[in-house]
Design a protein around this ligand. Structure first.
Ligand code: GRF
Length: 207
């Protein structure tokens, strides 16, 4: 059974899909810790209800970015994870952490990478950019994390049609429903040792 650490920054609806997947036995893993960057996010409530230890590592408690990154790194190392999941995590992990857990960090992004991704492209900024561009398709991507923001090998993607009358909110809501399918699916594949990184590609091994 894989040891999973989830990093969140807000509502934690993606986090909840992993909690549910583990509880239903669809994910061969155990969430051993949730790390929140928010003091009051609902993700903390979700962790508490599920009996999952959580810790808040808030940037205002640290003098420098280096100190914040070191605190995150130490918390991750202490949890001894097989897998780290960035689920609505509004932060950028430092190279030290990415290298220490290479091939073991996955992220959910609310667009079809390599479109509408990279520095500054998070939350509503993504959906606003999709609508401003006039794109006809958007969607969600689960990918491995490397040192390029949103640039790691893609694990799963699924598209969502952009509708004429979409607003950032309505598009975000439809994309979120796809995120809630893809993320637990990717975590389940990882925990079943069915993801093989081959350069830029990820091969999904048969059962
Ligand atoms: C989602 O759109 C996710 O893609 C983004 O943060 C939003 C909120 O996610 N990274 P959650 O409800 O906190 O999981």
């Amino acid at each position: 059974m894989k040891r999973i650490v989830v990093m969140c920054s807000g509502g934690g609806s993606n986090f909840q899909t992993i909690i549910d997947g583990c509880q239903k036995g669809e994910i061969n893993g155990q969430i051993v810790q949730m790390i929140s960057t928010a003091r009051k996010g609902y993700c903390l409530e979700r962790a508490s209800r599920a009996g999952i230890p959580s810790v808040v590592i808030h940037k205002s408690d640290y003098e420098t970015m280096e100190a914040l990154n070191e605190a995150r790194h130490q918390a991750l190392c202490a949890a001894k994870p097989d897998l780290i999941v960035l689920a609505g995590f509004l932060g950028i992990l430092p190279p030290q952490t990415i290298q220490a857990f290479s091939g073991k960090i996955i992220n959910i992004h609310p667009a079809l990478i390599p479109s509408f991704c990279g520095k500054g492209m998070f939350g509503h900024h993504v959906h606003e950019a999709v609508l401003a561009y006039g794109a006809k398709l958007s969607g969600a991507t689960v990918h491995f994390v490397n040192e390029e923001v949103d640039g790691g090998p893609v694990i799963l993607q699924r598209s969502v049609e952009v509708l004429e009358d979409d607003t950032p909110d309505s598009l975000a809501a439809r994309v979120l429903t796809v995120e809630h399918v893809l993320l637990p699916q990717a975590v389940s594949l990882f925990c079943a040792d069915r993801l093989k990184i081959e350069g830029r590609k990820v091969r999904i091994l048969k059962k």
